[in-house]
Every structure is written in structure tokens, then in C-alpha cells.
Design a protein around this ligand. Structure first.
Ligand code: CAA
Length: 415
């Protein structure tokens, strides 16, 4: 029962049905095993290909469905309901390909997007570095023009899908003096000289999806692989990409919360203590009510952000940060409560609930920590309030109260 899904269109529901079929037939039976062994979920990617779900967000002229972010989020949500790792293994292809969709030349789009849309090739995203996580603009990887090529040197952290992918969007500075305005983006292919997939991280959750360090040792990429026409547009490209990708993380969080909730609701309906099912206890009912309400609220915020992206609204950036912070906090809380409701059974691997808690944690961290999302939201509020009188001033006018000396408007308040 997902009450607010009633508001979706026929097309949205068709995506939900297809994704749910993939999730239940091909992911659910193997999620525990993939979590245990860390084996890449190729069977899930294969099924997503067969069900023609790999190019949902890619424009039609490059072989995709052009079905937008809302449908992408619905697919991610359904996959994550049964396995958070498969949700992100799928979604990272959007994170990696948005830079090309947003900033690539026509030739780059024609060269790279169709294979991604068909699911023949996976694409990953290389922005973060050891010293540049939240402060993405301080990245040190450098790209130097050398005749008909750029030579990239540096080390990247947290490349999700690294060895499963064969195409990478990579951010490097072409002019360190210019700070964020000197950052450029490049398309790197697996096998290019000097591109190395390094250490695999041993993670708490999303264990089936590999996250590696990636290294660029004088990696030579043709000059045509500079993303777009000019140097220096990389940081904007990364920010615009993250605005569109964060709702995907939030959708993953909603799916995880939904899955954990369903496991817990079923458990308390069947588990008998003190002569009756646990769900007969009001204390348990109230927990379920809070969990379900939080999930629906998070879901609607994700759908609103996705629709803002699909309608190219300026509110996308703030809604994207809001849905990411809210949905991931909900996922963590709901998954923790689900473990609590199963008691000791929740704490052991066999019942799978603890996996939701482990998988949920990363949604508060990657694609911008929740502290960074709050910073983005706060900056919007400060910008919005600078130079504008509001309701308080209206009331002061009506009541005739004197404005306190230091209550002035029209000032920029720097953060
Ligand atoms: N859209 C377009 N442009 C934007 C923008 C946006 N949303 N946000 C900022 N910009 C522009 C600014 O307008 C500014 O432009 P000018 O220089 O022309 O004035 C420029 O970018 C620099 O902006 P800021 O001064 O705001 O930059 P900042 O250094 O203060 O950083 C930040 C801003 C929001 C903190 C940013 O660094 C950020 O988002 N950090 C988090 C990074 C992140 O999410 N990393 C995760 C990577 S992916 C991952 O986790 C791995 C994975 O595979 C899943």
C-alpha cells in the first residue's frame, strides 16, 4: 500500500510495474547473496536491459526514452525497495551521463549516449578526491593540454561502479589559478593509457556495488574528450549534474525505507507475544504510523524535485537538496525502527532488515553529505531574503510598531 502513488500518471505506473517485476523476479532472490559475496549484480543489469529500463533519462535522439527524472526515480525506488546496492548500481549511470547530456557536444552525445541507453556500457562519475569531498571545488587532479590531447594526472576517490563501467566523466583543473572556474570535465574510456582502477573499498552497506579509487597517471585523452566546447565549465557541469542526480539518491532512500517498513509491518503482524500479534500493541501501531507518514512525505518531496527537473524549473536545486536530506534521514530512521521492531531478529543477517539499515546510511553521505545539502538550502534562503521585505515588515506597517534600529533590509548576508 503506497497511498500517494495514486497520484501518478498511467505512464509513471507502467514504469513502476516494470521496475517492480525486475526487482521481485531478478533482484530479491539474490540480494542477500550479493550482499554477502560482494558479487556485482550483473543479472539485475541484464534484466534491466531486457526490460528496456537502462535509457529512461536519455533523450530519444540518442536512443533513450526521454521519460525524465520522475520515471528514473520511480525505477530507482522500486529497485532499492528490495536492494539498495542495485538501486545505486543503476542510478550511477544517470550521475555519469547527465554531464554529457547537459554539457556534451553533439558528437560526444552521439558517440557515448546510445550504448548507455541500450545498457551495453555503464558509465561512472569521478569528482571526489582524498582532499576534496564536500569541498569539491578544491580538487587537485590536473589536465594539461599537449598538442592533440589532454594529459590527466591525479587520484580520485569513491568511484561507484568503477570496474563495472567502461566510460567515466572525470573532473580536473585545467587552470589551477582560477579555482572552480578553472575546472573542466573529460570523458575517459576504460583502457586509455594511464587510467588505473585502484583499491576496492570494503564498505558497511551497498556491498554488491563496487566503489574504487581511480588513478590517472599521465592519462592521455584525445582533445575531443574535453566535455563541451571550452575549458572551465566543469564545476558548473558537476553542480548541475548533482542537482539532477540527488533526487535519485533520495529515491533510493525512499525505496529502502519502504522495504524496511514492509518487512517490519509483516513481522509485527505475525509475531505473537503476550498472546497476541505485536501489531495489536498501540505502541507498535504508533511506530508504524510515524514510519509510514515519514515515508510518504519523503516520497512526495522526491517526486516534486523530479518534476521540477523535468519542467526545468529554477527551484530544482533547492528541492533536490531538500529531498536528498529529508528522504535519507527518513530512510535511516525508518530502517533503525524496523530493526527495533524485529528485536533480536532484526539484528541478525538472516532477516535482512539490518541490511536496510546498513544500506540507508550511505544515502546521508554520498552525492553531498546532508550537512552540504543543508548548506545549499540555507544559501537559497539567505539569497532569497537578501534585499527583500517580508511578512514581518507588513505586520509592522499594519500594527504601527517601530522597526528596531538594526532591522534593515536590502543587505546581503554572506554565509
Ligand atoms: N548549478 C549551477 N552552478 C552552480 C550551482 C548549481 N547548483 N551551485 C554552484 N554553482 C556555481 C556558482 O554560481 C559559482 O559560479 P561563479 O564562480 O560563476 O560565481 C560556482 O559554481 C562556485 O559556487 P560556490 O561558490 O557556491 O562553490 P563552493 O566551493 O562554495 O561549493 C558546494 C559549493 C555546494 C559546497 C559544492 O562544492 C558541493 O556540492 N559539494 C558537495 C560535492 C558532492 O556532492 N560530492 C559528491 C560526489 S559524487 C559521489 O558521492 C560518489 C558517487 O559515485 C555516488
Amino acid at each position: 500500500m503506497i497511498p500517494s502513488r495514486e497520484l501518478l500518471s498511467e505512464e509513471n505506473r507502467r514504469y513502476v510495474e516494470r521496475a517492480r517485476e525486475v526487482a521481485e523476479k531478478y533482484v530479491l532472490p539474490r540480494a542477500a547473496e550479493w550482499d554477502r559475496t560482494g558479487e556485482y549484480p550483473w543479472a539485475a543489469i541484464e534484466a534491466l536491459r531486457e526490460y528496456d529500463l537502462m535509457g529512461v533519462w536519455i533523450p530519444k535522439e540518442y536512443g533513450g526514452h526521454e521519460a525524465g527524472l520522475l520515471n528514473l526515480c520511480l525505477v530507482v525506488e522500486e529497485l532499492s525497495r528490495v536492494c539498495g546496492a542495485v538501486g545505486v548500481a543503476y542510478m550511477v549511470n544517470a550521475l555519469g551521463s547527465f554531464p554529457i547530456i547537459l554539457g556534451g557536444t553533439e558528437a560526444q552525445k552521439r558517440r557515448y549516449l546510445p550504448a548507455i541507453a541500450r545498457g551495453e556500457k555503464l558509465i561512472a562519475f569521478c569528482l571526489s578526491e582524498y582532499g576534496a569531498g564536500s569541498d569539491a571545488g578544491s580538487l587537485k587532479t590536473q589536465a594539461v593540454r599537449d598538442r592533440d590531447a589532454y594529459v590527466i594526472t591525479g587520484d580520485k576517490k569513491w568511484t561507484t561502479n568503477a570496474d563495472a563501467a567502461s566510460i567515466y566523466t572525470v573532473y580536473a583543473t585545467t587552470d589551477p589559478e582560477k579555482g572552480t572556474r578553472g575546472i573542466s570535465a573529460f570523458i575517459v574510456e576504460k583502457g586509455m593509457d594511464g587510467f588505473i582502477i585502484g583499491k576496492k573499498e570494503d564498505k558497511m552497506g551497498i556491498r554488491a556495488v563496487p566503489v574504487h579509487e581511480t588513478h590517472f597517471r599521465a592519462c592521455r585523452v584525445p582533445k575531443e574528450n574535453l566535455l563541451g566546447e571550452q575549458e572551465g565549465t566543469g564545476f558548473y557541469n558537476a553542480m548541475m549534474t548533482l542537482d539532477r542526480a540527488r533526487p535519485g539518491v533520495a529515491a533510493q532512500a525512499v525505496g529502502l525505507a519502504q522495504g524496511a517498513f514492509e518487512l517490519a509491518a509483516e513481522w509485527v503482524s505475525k509475531r505473537v507475544q503476550f498472546g497476541q500479534p505485536l501489531i495489536a500493541q498501540e505502541a507498535v501501531q504508533f511506530m508504524l504510523a510515524d514510519m509510514a507518514t515519514a515515508i510518504e512525505a519523503a516520497r512526495q518531496l522526491v517526486y516534486a524535485a523530479a518534476q521540477a527537473a523535468d519542467q526545468d524549473l529554477k527551484t530544482l536545486s533547492v528541492l533536490s537538496a531538500m529531498c536528498k536530506v529529508f528522504a535519507s534521514d527518513v530512510a535511516m530512521r525508518v530502517a533503525t525502527d524496523a530493526v527495533q521492531l524485529l528485536g533480536g531478529y532484526g539484528y541478525v543477517r538472516e532477516y535482512m532488515v539490518e541490511k536496510y539499515m546498513r544500506d540507508a546510511k550511505i544515502t546521508q553521505i554520498y552525492e553531498g553529505t546532508n550537512q552540504i545539502q543543508r548548506l545549499v538550502i540555507a544559501r537559497h534562503i539567505v539569497r532569497w531574503m537578501s534585499g527583500r521585505d517580508g511578512l514581518l515588515s507588513e505586520f509592522l506597517n499594519v500594527t504601527g510598531a517601530r522597526k528596531p534600529e538594526n532591522l534593515r533590509s536590502g543587505e546581503w548576508i554572506p554565509l
